[in-house]
Design a protein around this ligand. Structure first.
Ligand code: IPE
Ligand code: IPE
Ligand code: MG
Length: 244
């Protein structure tokens, strides 16, 4: 059994921050702009927040960029989102690399366009040795999908006689998920005012601290991330044990 964690006197920043970047469409609507304009502005917010995360001492930043359910949107909006993704994967990688950021992608790549998969692989290879912030993009990602896919892989291993069912522990399961090797998120931020997790990191968020903010994603900036980190530092995490 894991020992009860100590609550330090000098609270540390969250190691892993996960963000549900929500509210692009409503931001645009409030300005009588097309939803695509909100997504474009949202991509600008990403740049600022990535920079700020590194400066605040965050080690992992996971951004929910496209969920496995977002295919339900009108084809034109999906096209806009994929277009922006393409554009930024091309234009931002050099800068991320220069800033020692390591890029990783989670989610089901088999559902993405081949050229986007290529761009992802190029970016992951180029930045793979970087030692600064790890930026994780969740693309065509769904928490339940990852849990089910992991169960399927482990079941296949067991059926092939390479794994005993009783060896399937929580740790082994974690080690076979898309998020294998990453620390669990310490802090989840969702912008846009809704209070739900929309199929993000379900397994990994068992003990994550949640922060829901009213601001739409395109308005979220470095100062908001700093406030979120301050809020996190004031919380007492107990992980089921007794408090201090
Ligand atoms: C988040 O903003 C972006 C993605 C889901 C890709 P939305 O597009 O969901 O914006 P709202 O929630 O409709 O305002
Ligand atoms: C969650 O936002 C997904 C992303 C931010 C990529 P949604 O806008 O898709 O979530 P729901 O539909 O409001 O739950
Ligand atoms: Mg939304």
């Amino acid at each position: 059994m894991k020992p009860a964690p100590q609550i330090p006197d000098d609270p540390q920043p969250p190691v892993h921050v996960a963000i549900i970047m929500d509210g692009n469409g409503r931001w645009a609507k409030a300005r009588k702009l097309p939803r695509a304009a909100g997504h474009k502005k949202g991509a600008d917010a990403v740049k600022k927040v990535v920079r700020a995360a590194g400066e605040l001492g965050v080690s992992y930043l996971t951004l929910y960029s496209f969920s496995s359910e977002n295919w339900k949107r009108p084809p034109s909006e999906v096209k806009d989102l994929m277009g922006l993704l393409r554009l930024h994967l091309k234009s931002e990688i050099a800068d991320l690399h220069k800033n020692n950021v390591r890029l990783l992608v989670i989610g089901d790549r088999s559902g993405l366009a081949a050229d986007i998969v290529d761009l992802i692989e190029i970016a992951e290879t180029k930045t793979g040795g970087n030692t600064g912030l790890t930026l994780v993009l969740a693309l065509n990602y769904g928490g339940r999908g990852d849990i089910a896919a992991t169960a399927q892989r482990l079941a296949a291993e067991a059926a092939a006689g390479r794994l005993n069912a009783e060896d399937i522990t929580e740790d082994l399961f974690s080690d076979h998920m898309d998020t294998a090797g990453m620390p669990e998120p310490d802090l989840l931020i969702r912008t846009g005012g809704d209070q739900r997790i929309s199929n993000f990191l379900l397994w990994e968020m068992a003990y994550t601290e949640f922060l829901f903010v009213e601001k739409f994603w395109p308005e979220f900036g470095a100062d908001d991330l700093e406030k979120a980190v301050m809020d996190f530092k004031g919380r007492e995490r107990r992980f089921g044990a007794v408090g201090s």
